[in-house]
Design a protein around this ligand. Structure first.
Ligand SMILES: [Zn+2]
Ligand SMILES: [Zn+2]
Length: 462
């Protein structure tokens, strides 16, 4: 290698290792053991959270491509907002459980049968092992009703685009860990496990799209957009198929594979018809509780939780296929009531951005080490996300709830400033950029007040 080709190689390597390039290629699992091996599991970065800006840019890119690809449906603002709201809600418990997230895995690893060093081979074994664990965890989430109560969140969109990938459950990930414990016993270290747990999930982002067709030989081994479209389908041929995370080989091996055939109709067999994140998260749990109450006999009550979502007394464990509505494209999707006035979506977007900003602060600022402060802030964020759903559903009380929320935030802000705690996030000495969200709340409050005053004036004129 001469001097010039050597320096060209070096600059190529420099580009390859650049954090932005790493961010994009890691979304397709194009990473090496060398750049993702850590001494300790506590050193592993939260790769899913780090991917958020890359997710956002791909969502925008997809919107552009949707306009160019014939037949692909555009991302709808109401559906995308509901997906993003559910996604943010799913991240909130992690703020309380920062260190305890994989504690059961760490504990199980103490009883490992073999001591395996973190080398290239174990890195690859962890990749395959995590994906195998994911297959079974995912399959059980479809086959066991109380696990489905968490996972149905991800399937509740009637659209299929990159924002659908963000629609995640609040409590699903905590139930999934048990499926990975055999890896701990086999000796896969917590740090290797955590790295692949993150990238297995990050990989699954790009496959939620209609703008990518079939990918040739990759379709045999990898989980692709085409395979995952089938998984999100509610046509009869799609039900309980293609559970794979990164690889599709497990579905081919265990008889749950289906090739994309007839145009896929997305969503749940019985759709929720809601944009509100709290309802999206917990509606099925509410449904199970109601069914448990109404069904007679202790075994029927227990079966309601542990058998398939389609089960009922007298039916087989997974219900009867003929009970699944036989749908074919095209179908009419839920689009909510018309949102009036037109500034509502702009307002909702602005406050969704504030939630993301607050989440970022909470995940990275030490003030939130106090669980009571964290819990209050989580409550406030849940309130915001729920209200955003109410705005899109045009509920009459959405505005009143927003006035109450803006007042609560501003009051808390004044109280914290009043306390003048040294180093407090909102103290008087805090960075001036905090005046931006503060002004947004004052502006929002004034807007609602003006809205209600003009509405009352109009009704008097009528
Ligand atoms: Zn699923
Ligand atoms: Zn999915």
């Amino acid at each position: 290698m001469n001097v010039s080709s050597h320096s060209e190689w070096e600059s190529l390597q420099h580009v390859w290792n650049h954090p932005v390039v790493f961010g994009y290629r890691s979304m397709f699992y194009v990473i090496t053991p060398q750049e993702t091996t850590y001494e300790n599991y506590e050193d592993v970065p939260h790769f899913v959270n780090k991917s958020i800006p890359f997710f956002a840019t791909l969502v925008v890119l997809e919107m552009i491509v949707q306009r160019l690809v014939k037949g692909s449906k555009p991302t709808r603002v109401n559906d995308a907002t509901a997906s993003i709201s559910a996604g943010i809600m799913s991240l909130l418990p992690e703020l309380l459980l920062k260190s305890g997230k994989i504690s059961s895995y760490v504990f199980a690893h103490k009883f490992r049968l073999w001591d395996i060093p973190d080398d290239n081979l174990s890195w690859c074994a962890a990749l395959v092992g995590v994906d195998f664990g994911y297959y079974w965890a995912h399959r059980m989430m479809h086959e066991v009703n109380f696990m489905w109560s968490a996972h149905q969140v991800h399937h509740s969109s009637e659209d299929y685009n990159l924002t659908t990938a963000l629609r995640q459950s609040v409590y699903q990930k905590y139930g999934m860990l048990v499926f990975y414990l055999p890896l701990a016993l086999l000796g896969i270290s917590p740090q290797l496990f955590l790295v692949h747990l993150h990238f297995n999930l990050v990989y699954q982002f790009w496959i939620h799209t209609e703008v990518v067709g079939k990918l040739g030989p990759l379709e045999y081994i990898m989980n692709t957009a085409s395979h995952h479209r089938v998984h999100h389908g509610r046509n009869r041929y799609c039900i309980d198929k293609n559970y794979g995370g990164t690889l599709i080989i497990w579905d081919r091996m265990f008889g749950t594979f289906a090739e994309e055939d007839e145009e896929v109709v997305y969503g749940l067999t019985h759709n929720l018809n809601s944009w509100e994140a709290f309802n999206i998260q917990f509606c099925h749990l509410k449904h199970i509780l109601k069914r448990t109450w109404s069904r007679k006999g202790i075994w029927n009550k227990i079966s309601t939780w542990i058998k398939g979502p389609g089960w009922a007394p007298g039916k087989p464990r997974m219900g009867r296929p003929q009970d699944i509505p036989d749908v074919h494209a095209p179908v009419v999707r839920y689009d909510g009531p018309p949102v009036v006035p037109t500034w509502y979506p702009v307002y909702a977007m602005a406050h969704l951005s504030l939630v993301l900003f607050a989440y970022h602060l909470m995940a990275n600022h030490d003030i939130f080490a106090n669980p009571l402060v964290t819990l209050s802030c989580i409550g406030l964020l849940m309130w915001t996300l729920t209200d955003i759903g109410y705005i899109y559903e045009n509920r009459w009380y959405a505005g009143y709830l927003e006035i109450a929320r803006c007042l609560t935030v501003l009051l808390l802000d004044i109280l914290v400033i009043g306390a003048q705690t040294e180093g407090a996030l909102l103290s008087r000495n805090a960075d001036s950029w905090l005046y931006i969200p503060r002004s947004m709340f004052i502006f929002s409050l004034s807007t609602w007040a003006l809205h209600f005053v003009t509405k009352t004036a109009d009704s008097h004129v009528d």
